[in-house]
Design a protein around this ligand. Sequence first.
Ligand code: T4K
Length: 439
Amino acid sequence: MCTGFFGERGYEMKKNIDDLAIFGGSPAFHEKLHVGRPNLGDRKRLLERLNDMLDRKWLSNNGPYVQEFEQRVSDMVGVKHCIAMCNGTVALEIAIRSLELKGEVIVPSFTFVATAHALQWQEITPVFCDVDPKTHTLDPACIEKMITPRTSGIIGVHLWGRPCNIEALEEIAAAHKLKLLFDAAHGFGCSHKNRMIGSFGSAEVFSFHPTKFFNTCEGGAIVTDDDSLAEKIHLMKNFGFSGYDNVIYVGTNGKMNEFSALMGLTNLESLDTFIGVNRENYNSYSYGLRDLPGVKLIDYDHREKCNYQYILLEIDEAVTHVSRDQLVDILREENILARRYFYPGCHKMEPYRSYFPQAGLVLPVTETLVKRVISLPNGTAVGPNEIGKICQIIRETIEYGPEIKERLSDHVALAQVVKYFDRATESETPDWAEKMLPL
Ligand code: T4K
């Protein structure tokens, strides 16, 4: 037993390993700390706008708040067109369709499954390509190997808000006459070489889901500088209507409603505050986890604009002894609901797992990352106190890694025995259980 656990470092809550909630201690937090708690702007302004909307009785279909929101976003990103949508997934589907992608499209597997589904939904094959181990975005060196005569485009994902290797992707797309689209679901408020994300490729797609650093309740947008593409997208997101009774295109219902737009306008007014809080939180995590062997905190390029939304760790089990999954279990028991974004990788999800059972062979970096990455709480719902405690639990867990790992395997064995007895009709302890348990 190690007596110095937590107590010596100024936190009263844990004195030894037994005090970890996973071994029966009280959780470090009474309330659950979520990854992806929504950031909310000024409530008074929100309610004023809501009342205005109710008085006006204009709730959807290109209302005044949607128009104002689109103008604000396109000004901020520095593009000619922003077409607001009901969510990021539908925005991706419409962007893909408006660009006339077909056959095969190259995408990372290390992304939220919506990137792949938006293609498959339209019977376009997502061809999974590996990512760069440093940036976690498409590895240009791998893309060329995946191009076939059926390839029509590339979708780069600015994962965690860190830009893809945009110049390399542009070069490959131009050389092979492929369309280039970016899934910028994480990239709102971020820049690349002092140009805002949203202004690259043929078009880019944002998500404004509550788990994003900026939200419109549900929502998304396509941003582009291409006038004819924008016109097509406007038609597609509104059933193909070009004026009353005149349908000139096949379309769907991708419209953003007025409530989402007014929520967006209100949250835009607090954007700098949200970024400031995220940056402070990132610095607190950086300090709390400094020099911790086997634990790497995500790097952001501080010279660029950045939303600092994802507090991502890579856990090298060979050094930490405790695995990523064990760490997630430990934290969850403490009411820190860490997430394994984006486990297990799209290629391991259906239907892709059945379509491409061998895909993992060409995705060695993805396969490693999905086993290492852990996402921690961020945003206005946490501050330095919570982060201090979270870091301390991680630090001590890793410092006492071998001992905790051993205890956890006893724990698993105990759970197996309990399960066995639950099922067994006889009350005898099985031989294997007697050998495994320190009873
Ligand atoms: N491309 C990429 C790269 C994406 O990451 C996403 C979405 C998309 C495309 C598609 O955009 P959208 O169609 O979603 O606009 C979440 C989100 O559902 C998803 O939007 C997001 N990416 C993905 C990264 O995360 P889950 O399964 O993790 O969500 P959930 O419900 O577990 O929520 C996470 C945590 O947030 C929970 O612990 C509770 C908290 N939460 C969540 C909501 C919705 C709240 O506190 N309040 C809330 O209202 O997928």
